[in-house]
Design a protein around this ligand. Structure first.
Ligand code: RNT
Ligand code: ZN
Length: 413
């Protein structure tokens, strides 16, 4: 018997069917965020200042992608070392303008056709994001909630344009695109008026979402945040704001694992939120002190998120995306580590002896429930993971390939 066959028997004795688990893992895509590949730079050259707009990647590891083709080449390398079928999550600032100048408010599908064709040729679905940052019109710190009507209208048009692009992506690829709205709006120091920007944000969002778009092509999500660089004292789009907005308007809520208080667990929010909104978008991330965007690991918070998705039978209503950017390590390796860790967390959750846990809970045997949780941590998960890699023709030891790619491709940039 090989290691997988032994693991299969071990899990069967705990009431877990590893074949079913492997099938479920195989049909759960991860939406891979383009922005880890170039430190959230994009290719528009608008002369914006990232640090001034609430997002900052730190580090200067050599070999960063400088063009859409280089970024696609890097994504292909990463995807070849991540088992399963996945998606690309693209930001509007990755538009291909071909050297021309174009306002974000005027973007159409043409600027993204290269990305769509590439995704289609590789069998990838796509998700999309309007970019409300790294732009002169975001430099005041306010976009959709700006007191300046001209600024607000510009970003409203951008949001509308992006929903149409999202719908066209979904239509062309035959796979629903989730278009996620995150804005950096907020203030460094104490505002005197917390109310007005929120009222303006609500009506701006209503305008952005006013056009009817077929939900099989595009779904809208809204993402909250606790604080950011330059928005330490006040974030217009707080959790309460977007929770209210999503419930009222039946939008998807995007929960980013790095956007809450450090001791607050995203996992516990899932069942509450899905009781009132139709679907969820996750930005799987790892907060470290003030940073919300470290590379995802197979850690307790990530496992707890996946446990909730499995235990609540929420996988069918949840879109799993990644959101981190580390410019201090090999960027392709960052994608691979984060994606594989997310998949391992899901595998861990799928392999838990849920029937046993539920039986113990129903009986009121809480000591036994805790014991099963602890004992199941050392069941042979690694053998099931290796079987998943084998079936997807992806190596266990991918580091040698990344090292080689580093010397053959990245070193020449
Ligand atoms: C920022 C949000 C947002 C961005 C991306 C680039 O705090 O998490 O999701 O990271 O849209
Ligand atoms: Zn996010």
């Amino acid at each position: 018997m090989n290691a997988y066959e032994i693991a299969k028997e071990t899990y069967a004795a705990h009431g877990v069917d590893t074949e079913e688990v492997l099938n479920r893992l195989a049909v759960t895509p991860i939406s891979l965020h383009c922005w880890q590949g170039d430190d959230v730079g994009g290719f528009e050259n608008v002369g914006g200042d990232l640090a001034g707009s609430g997002l900052a990647a730190t580090g200067n590891y050599p070999g960063k992608a400088r063009t859409p083709d280089e970024l696609r080449q890097d994504l292909e390398k990463a995807l070849s070392l991540i088992p399963g079928k996945h998606r690309l999550n693209l930001h509007a600032c990755y538009a291909e303008l071909g050297g021309r100048k174009k306002e974000r408010s005027d973007y159409g599908v043409g600027e993204f056709q290269g990305w769509i064709d590439w995704a289609k040729s590789r069998g990838l679905g796509m998700d999309f994001n309007p970019s409300f940052f790294a732009h002169p019109k975001a430099s005041s710190g306010f976009t959709l909630s700006s007191p300046d009507k001209g600024i607000r209208d510009y970003w409203i048009e951008h949001g509308k344009a992006c929903r149409r692009i999202g719908a066209e992506i979904g239509r062309q690829l035959g796979s629903t695109c989730v278009t996620n709205v995150w804005i950096p709006d907020g203030s460094k120091d104490l505002p005197a008026d917390r109310k007005s920007p929120r009222l303006r944000l609500e009506s701006a969002l209503d305008e952005v979402f006013s056009e009817k778009i077929a939900p099989q092509h595009n779904l809208d999500a809204v993402e909250s945040k606790l604080f950011g660089i330059g928005s330490e004292s006040y974030v217009v789009g707080s959790h309460e704001f977007y929770m209210g907005y999503a419930v009222k308007n039946q939008k998807l809520l995007c929960l980013d694992a790095g956007h809450f208080h450090p001791t607050e667990q995203l996992a516990d929010k899932i069942s509450s939120v899905l009781q009132f909104v139709p679907e969820l978008l996750l930005h799987v991330s790892r907060g470290v002190r003030w940073d919300s965007d470290h590379v995802v690991l197979l850690d307790d918070p990530t496992i707890a998120i996946m446990e909730e998705l499995v235990r609540g039978e929420f996988l069918g209503r949840t879109h799993i995306g990644l959101d981190f950017f580390d410019a201090s390590i090999n960027r392709i390796a960052a994608w691979i580590i984060g994606s594989r860790s997310t998949q391992k967390a899901l595998l861990t959750a799928l392999l838990q002896p849920l029937a046993q846990l539920r039986a113990a809970e129903e009986e009121g045997a809480f000591w036994e429930r805790l014991a099963i949780m602890e004992e199941s941590k050392t069941l042979p998960i690694g053998s099931v993971w290796e079987e998943f890699l084998r079936r997807n023709d992806v190596p266990c030891n991918w580091m040698a390939e990344v090292r080689q790619y580093e010397s053959l491709v990245l070193a020449g940039r």
